[in-house]
Design a protein around this ligand. Structure first.
Ligand code: NAD
Ligand code: AKB
Length: 315
């Protein structure tokens, strides 16, 4: 059987940097096409690079045909902070390329698509904690609106045209290999860099605001599990809830202090506080656990130790 060729869009970002390596070690580096709007600033760890603006459909088609791509992990997007600053671009970038890919899959030109949603689909009129899969979705952010629309397109193309598109509502992702890209949960990545470099950090999220978060290793493992699960076990064709852990900036700072006792935190909430306030504090992900065996290795303590250890290593 022919080995699948896998294209990742927006692959030089926070998730793609690690997903490309994980996919390459599973399916062979020569089968992974790493694409992004920008050129890599250092040699790739895995895969073959193609410069690709996902809004340029002529070039998109060229790349897909050149590599005979079967599976796309479509990561290119604006995140919550940057979407709020540029709503028109957020709508265009977060939706049009997704529809382009869904239509290709409908025509039988792609076997499978992964498209990430976010906890940003949640908003008012739901409990703050342990938010379930099937609750009213009332996002109050530009980014959340794009993610909700995207989820509905995923479900529509699956139900109407049998497209195998799978999705996860990622919480805030924490990692050390690549910087976070314009989100509201980014404070939980920046804090580690500043704790090591300057022993202090000013958080743009308030002291007691809890948000769901996940260490990147667990996020990648979950993504691979979802994509490998038999089709009949996938009962959610919008996007699966993923909870990970839940903590506030104060709780994270206290955990960092156990490793770096001199560390000090201050709080100066900015426009992202309103975004955080509209999101849940924690998520119920029991359906993903039941359907495809979602599990986690990292809690707050283990993730903090791992982040600090890796960031302290000489480059
Ligand atoms: P990121 O911002 O780190 O990376 C996005 C990448 O897309 C960047 O490398 C950027 O250069 C590229 N890009 C921007 N415009 C492009 C274009 N027109 N064509 C091609 N590439 C373009 O984002 P990320 O954190 O890796 O997130 C990837 C996906 O996961 C996004 O859809 C995001 O909404 C979703 N997500 C991320 C998180 C998180 O915490 N990181 C949480 C929930 C959902
Ligand atoms: C963001 O903060 O925008 C992302 C997300 C949770 O979607 N990290």
């Amino acid at each position: 059987m022919k080995t699948s060729k896998i294209l990742i869009t927006g692959a030089l970002g926070q998730i793609g940097t690690e997903l490309s390596v994980a996919l390459a070690s599973k399916y062979g580096s020569e089968n992974i096409i790493v694409s992004d709007l920008r050129e890599p600033s250092k040699p790739l760890e895995a895969g073959v690079f193609e410069q690709l603006d996902v809004m340029d459909f002529k070039r998109f088609t060229e790349v897909l045909e050149k590599h005979q791509v079967d599976i796309v992990y479509h990561l290119a997007s604006l995140l919550s902070g940057t979407s709020e600053k540029n709503p028109a671009l957020a709508w265009k970038l977060n939706i049009d390329p997704l529809l382009y890919l869904c239509n290709l899959a409908k025509e039988g030109k792609l076997k499978q698509i992964f498209w990430p949603s976010s906890i940003a689909v949640f908003g008012r009129e739901i409990p703050k904690t342990n938010v379930g899969q099937e609750v009213p979705l009332n996002p109050s952010t530009v980014y959340g609106i794009t993610k909700l629309a995207g989820e509905k397109w995923c479900e529509y193309y699956h139900q109407k045209h049998g497209v195998d598109i799978r999705s996860i509502r990622y919480p805030g992702l924490i990692s050390w290999k690549a910087p976070a890209g314009g989100g509201t949960t980014d404070y939980a990545v920046e804090i580690f860099h500043k704790a090591i470099e300057e022993k202090k950090y000013t958080s743009f999220i308030a002291e007691h605001t809890a948000m769901p978060m996940l260490y990147m290793d667990d996020a990648i493992e979950a993504t691979l599990k979802l994509m490998e699960a038999p089709s009949e076990s996938i009962t959610v064709r919008t996007s699966y809830n993923l909870g990970g852990m839940s903590f506030t900036p104060k709780e994270l700072a206290e955990t960092i202090k156990k490793e770096i006792p001199e560390f000090e935190i201050a709080y100066e909430p900015d426009f992202r506080q309103a975004i955080a306030d509209s999101w849940p504090a924690s998520i119920d992900d029991s359906i993903a656990k039941r359907d495809w065996g979602l599990s986690y290795i990292y809690d707050l303590e283990k993730m903090t130790k791992e982040m600090i250890q890796n960031l302290k290593k000489p480059a």
